[in-house]
Design a protein around this ligand. Structure first.
Ligand code: SIN
Length: 195
């Protein structure tokens, strides 16, 4: 699959005749909210884990030296916490541009803190996209992140901002927090306290 997903996303009709859709954010969409939304609230999705297995050519790295950003990996029984945004369908024009480096919109069921559920959309980078990097140990991922930078800034800021936002949401994510610990050691930053 081509690394630029704008066209593929435009051709997906996930919204039917809805004017508004719930968008589940689990990575930078949680802490870098540069799009208009009508409402935001914490949510979880079941059966998926957040992993720093996607390459970033356009935000936190370059095509020659891609950074590492998150995608969702199917894992039975896993729960991934994030932030859901109720957005107007027109907002996907802007979001598709931002998420064009391998991410496809897919339909997902999400659960809110009060137990209610909604079907919405999330951006997912599958293993067959050209920017996909795949599995590595948390230490290797931390080392990779610390040497990567791109037009949106240092790759380490992507991880540290995500870890901070997850902590603020009260979400435990062992993968993210372990990489954060390694990065703090590499950068000689004080380690943040656990959830
Ligand atoms: C997301 O945040 O939901 C998708 C991945 C990203 O943009 O970092």
């Amino acid at each position: 699959m081509s690394v630029n997903t704008i066209e593929a996303n435009r051709n997906r009709n996930l919204f039917g005749d809805h004017d508004e859709v719930w968008l589940f954010g689990y990575g930078s969409l949680i802490y870098l909210v540069d799009f208009p939304y009508l409402e935001a609230k914490p949510a979880t999705i079941r059966g998926w884990s957040r992993r720093f297995w996607q390459g970033s050519h356009d935000h936190r790295g370059t095509p020659e030296n891609p950074g590492r950003v998150v995608t969702l990996i199917e894992e039975p029984g896993a729960i991934c916490g994030g932030l859901a945004f109720r957005v107007e369908v027109a907002v996907f024009e802007q979001l598709d541009e931002r998420e064009k480096n391998g991410y496809l919109r897919v339909a997902t069921e999400m659960t809110f803190d009060d137990g209610s559920t909604a079907t919405g959309v999330t951006y997912l980078a599958t293993a067959d996209n050209e920017a996909y990097l795949g599995e590595a140990s948390e230490l290797e991922i931390a080392q990779h992140i610390c040497r990567s930078t791109g037009p949106s800034g240092d790759n380490s800021d992507y991880l540290l901002d995500l870890a901070k936002a997850l902590r603020e949401l009260g979400q435990q994510d062992d993968h993210v927090f372990e990489i954060e610990t390694h990065i703090c050691k590499i950068l000689d930053d004080p380690a943040p306290s656990a959830v």
